[in-house]
Design a protein around this ligand. Structure first.
Ligand code: FAD
Length: 482
């Protein structure tokens, strides 16, 4: 929906940027630019109670993304104003300082953001400040995709069929070429003063290959569509192969929007530059992103409560030692340990391995999915409330359209199937690098081949697979009252 903003006023427009850290297809920013009025782009490091604070890896990303955005804004004659505090108070302060009479933003769909934004919008309107919001982060907004009974879908396949079917032509709006500056800029915090980059220790060395920001996002999309999209459907399950787009943190921070991804991928397929079937598979993953946003929107308690209430009585174990072994990549199962170490070192973990480590925590260790979700939240650069919670509940079996609880991943068989040559495990668990492929995923059988150092340092399995599987099935049966 196009919203026309009054061009006749001479007062500035505040554009409150959140998870839309880009210029292209940034609907709120473009609507502001089109008025010709002065525009004040603002980012608030929000401290509103109830809004979940970002994790450490996300803050690392935010630091660089804001620097990139500030540079892009300066290149078109503008600036990025930075403030820290409770969003409602900061907005009121800046309105008072600048005489702005209009505030624009792009919508977010998680429950705490909705509550905050609804309250702010009401207050601004009461104060006579024009306030409009836009969609720049989803292909379909959650309330627009409904089944024949007018209800939201709970199962992905029919959801995506309907969502995709109703989409119509997708347009991408170009970045504004200039933004009019206000007569006087409000004061801004210095980004460095926020100290988002870790020190003492700086654990982020392995994050260096990432390029946060709009230019990095566009380059990643280009690279993917001109390269690894070929064979994506089959290769994406193999963590030793570069097959995914790695766009997830860029999409989370809105450095690129889904409409841009959609249009570029479809164009690549239509021009014969990318195989149509692979592009379709890739777009259906964007569909999961949309589905999770929709499920969270319609089920606001999802970050803390089971989607399926029958899981409320699950006999979770309190086992801090096992949790620590899992989080540090010391479970004794190489594919699990490789995944946990990859995430710690780079802020990212391959999707198949996320499922394996999640299943291991929940089913082999019987640890509550909420503990795993919180660890991922702190350590992933793509930590995203809807996707993280949705996927953790999917793995647990407690979520919408979830994997059944009794489907328990065997970490040995998963490793053998998806990392048969051990490329991934050897990279992240180098102490096992010398083992032959046949024993790599069962190092406890390789006493003769393990170096003395590896035998000393590599963990023994925290639980045996067969016994853990039986225990998990027993816990599940207790839930059903069997
Ligand atoms: P591609 O394969 O290139 O997919 C393209 C895009 O589609 C991704 O960038 C992402 O935006 C979206 N996408 C892909 N798979 C999924 C999925 N299963 N669910 C939702 N969206 C998806 N993804 C996050 O973005 N943030 C999270 O916090 C997150 N937590 C997860 C936790 C668990 C336990 C699991 C199993 C998965 C989680 N995922 C999360 C989903 C998925 O692992 C990542 O989106 C994916 O690995 C990102 O890699 P990519 O960009 O190369 O994906």
């Amino acid at each position: 929906m196009q919203v026309a903003i009054d061009s006749s006023e001479s007062t500035p427009i505040l554009v409150w940027l959140r998870q839309d850290l880009r210029l292209t297809d940034n609907s709120a920013l473009i609507a502001a630019a089109q008025t010709g009025r002065a525009v004040i782009p603002l980012y608030i490091l929000d401290e509103t109670p109830g809004v979940r604070p970002m994790g450490a890896a996300s803050l690392w990303w935010l630091d660089r993304s804001l620097a990139a955005l500030a540079a892009s804004l300066e290149a078109i004659g503008s600036r990025l104003v930075l403030r820290k505090g409770v969003a409602e108070t900061i907005l009121a302060d800046i309105i008072a300082e600048t005489g702005a009479t209009c505030v624009l933003w792009n919508r977010l769909y998680d429950p705490a953001a909705i509550d905050r934004d609804t309250a702010i919008k009401a207050r601004l309107k009461d104060d006579g400040v024009e306030c409009e919001s836009f969609n720049a982060s989803l292909l379909n907004e959650p309330w627009t995709v409904k089944n024949g009974s007018g209800l939201p879908y709970r199962v992905f396949t029919p959801y995506w069929r309907a969502a995709r079917g109703q989409l119509g032509p997708v347009h991408v709006e170009p970045a504004p070429k200039t933004l009019t500056a206000p007569d006087a800029w409000p004061a801004s915090d210095a980004l460095a003063g926020w100290k988002l980059h870790p020190t003492k220790p700086d654990w982020s060395k392995g994050f260096d290959p990432w390029t946060p920001g709009e230019a990095g996002a566009l380059e990643r999309l280009d690279d993917f569509l001109s390269g690894s999209v070929d064979g994506y459907g089959q290769k994406r399950d193999f963590p030793g192969v570069e097959a995914g787009s790695r766009l997830s943190p860029h999409l989370h921070f809105g450095e690129i929007g889904p409409r841009q991804v959609w249009v570029a991928a479809r164009q690549a397929a239509e021009a014969g530059d990318a195989p149509a079937g692979e592009v379709e598979k890739f777009l259906s993953e964007l569909g999961w992103r949309e589905f999770n946003a929709s499920i969270l929107f319609h089920n606001p308690t999802l970050p803390t409560a089971n989607f399926r209430p029958e899981f409320d009585g699950f006999p979770w174990a309190k086992d801090p030692a096992a949790f620590e072994a899992w989080s540090q990549g010391r479970t004794g199962y190489p594919i699990v340990d490789a995944g946990m170490r990859e995430m710690w070192a780079t802020g990212f973990m391959h999707n198949r391995v996320r499922m394996i480590v999640g299943s291991f925590l929940i089913k082999h260790l019987l640890i509550d999915w909420r503990e795993g979700e919180a660890w991922f939240w702190d350590t992933l650069v793509d930590a995203d409330l809807a996707n993280n919670v949705g996927n953790w509940q999917w793995v647990a079996g407690s979520g919408a359209d979830a994997a059944p609880y009794f489907r328990i991943f065997n970490p040995i068989a998963q490793g053998q199937k998806f990392d048969p040559a051990g490329t991934y495990v050897r990279r992240w668990v180098p102490e096992l690098a010398n083992l032959p492929d046949a024993l790599l995923h069962e190092p406890w059988k390789a006493a003769a081949q393990l170096s003395a150092a590896a035998a000393r340092t590599y963990a023994k399995p925290v639980v045996g697979h067969a016994a853990a599987r039986e225990r998990a099935l027993g816990a599940y049966r207790s839930l059903k009252g069997d």
